[in-house]
Design a protein. Structure first.
Length: 341
């Protein structure tokens, strides 16, 4: 869906293994499908009821791209980004509106730690869809003037209005989860209730796998590797039924410049990459769009504030891996985040 998705998605896909655990060949009743989408990969497995649903869920993913891809010149988000003032949205822009509205809600919940307008800062540090890695303080100070989710307003007239023509939206931290939700919606609408959907590492599970067991999803150890060539190692396994899981982290997407490490998570409030001990955050929620956005928000907060945030939310659980004084892996999780024994 985007190269700004490409950076995030490849790294998220590497840190979260979304495969069911089994040792034998899948049951003939279960269909497995995988492919490329949004600049990353999708993996879908479901118990077939005889319906051919692939065309329908691929169309759903294409519709998400048309709504939210910054690389699709005809997408809704591109129209908004290229506008000098405002864009009139119509019924065909409903997917964009769904994600935009939820993004604003998450921004409110997190006091701006999640911000769909952070794109100029992400690009300036070399992690976005237009990277240049020019990061003088003067540049960042100017960019902060055009970052802030309250600088974009959805009017009752149907127009979405930008305070400044240079404001750019980027849905990379929420769109993959929404894509997984949309595939899950298609499956459920077709009477399919046993499935695992993963798009770029963001997972929705329902029912049981081909062995009759609840789906098991692996969360990787946060092993630093900016080349993204390291073989993943599982840190923990969780079981999901009727829930979604998203993981975000800073240990694969980073670089050093003048002796300073720059991680890909940017704090929209300070305008700078985060610098704390939290290595990865995994969030379980009812929908994957929410889990996706909150996982990124937690990476902005750091472990203690992230714990406080997730504990304050209904039907949301979190698991956090952070580094100790000697570089060892430490863990914290909310009470409802249970691991497979």
């Amino acid at each position: 869906m985007k190269a700004t998705l490409r950076y995030l998605i490849i790294f998220i896909s590497a840190i979260l293994l979304s495969a069911c655990v089994h040792n034998t060949q899948p049951s003939a009743e279960y269909v497995s499908d995988s492919g490329r989408v949004f600049g990353t990969f999708y993996n879908i497995k479901y118990k077939s009821n005889g319906k051919d649903v692939k065309t329908e869920y691929l169309e759903a993913l294409a519709n998400v791209d048309t709504a939210l891809s910054t690389f699709n010149k005809q997408s809704t988000i591109t129209r908004v980004n290229l506008s000098s003032d405002s864009v009139l949205l119509s019924e065909k822009d409903s997917l964009f509106l769904t994600v935009y509205n939820r993004a604003c809600e998450i921004s409110t919940i997190t006091n701006g730690a999640f911000d769909i307008t952070v794109a100029p800062l992400v690009n300036a540090y070399g992690f976005g869809y237009d990277p240049d890695r020019s990061t003088p303080d003067s540049v960042i100070a100017e960019l902060k003037k055009i970052v802030g989710w309250k600088k974009v307003v959805l009017c009752q007239s149907g127009y979405i209005k930008k305070e400044n023509p240079q404001i750019k939206l980027d849905a990379s931290a929420i769109a993959k989860g929404f894509g997984s939700d949309e595939v899950a919606r298609v499956l459920r609408n077709n009477g399919i209730n046993d499935f695992m959907v993963e798009v770029g590492g963001e997972v929705v599970c329902s029912g049981v796998n081909d062995k009759g067991n609840v789906w098991s999803i692996g969360i990787n150890k946060p092993i630093e590797d900016s080349t993204m060539q390291h073989t993943a190692e599982i840190q923990r396994v969780v079981q999901l039924d009727g829930k979604s899981l998203a993981t975000s982290g800073n240990y694969l997407q980073y670089y050093y410049k003048d002796g300073v490490k720059y991680a890909h998570t940017i704090d929209p409030r300070s305008g700078k990459p985060v610098c704390h001990t939290l290595l990865s955050s995994s969030i379980i929620a009812d929908d994957c769009m929410t889990a996706d956005a909150l996982a990124t928000s937690c990476m902005v907060f750091g472990v203690d504030s992230a714990m406080s945030l997730i504990e304050s939310l209904h039907n949301v659980e979190g698991y956090f891996i952070y580094s100790g004084e000697n570089g060892e892996y430490l863990e914290k999780q909310t009470n409802g985040f249970k691991f497979k024994q």
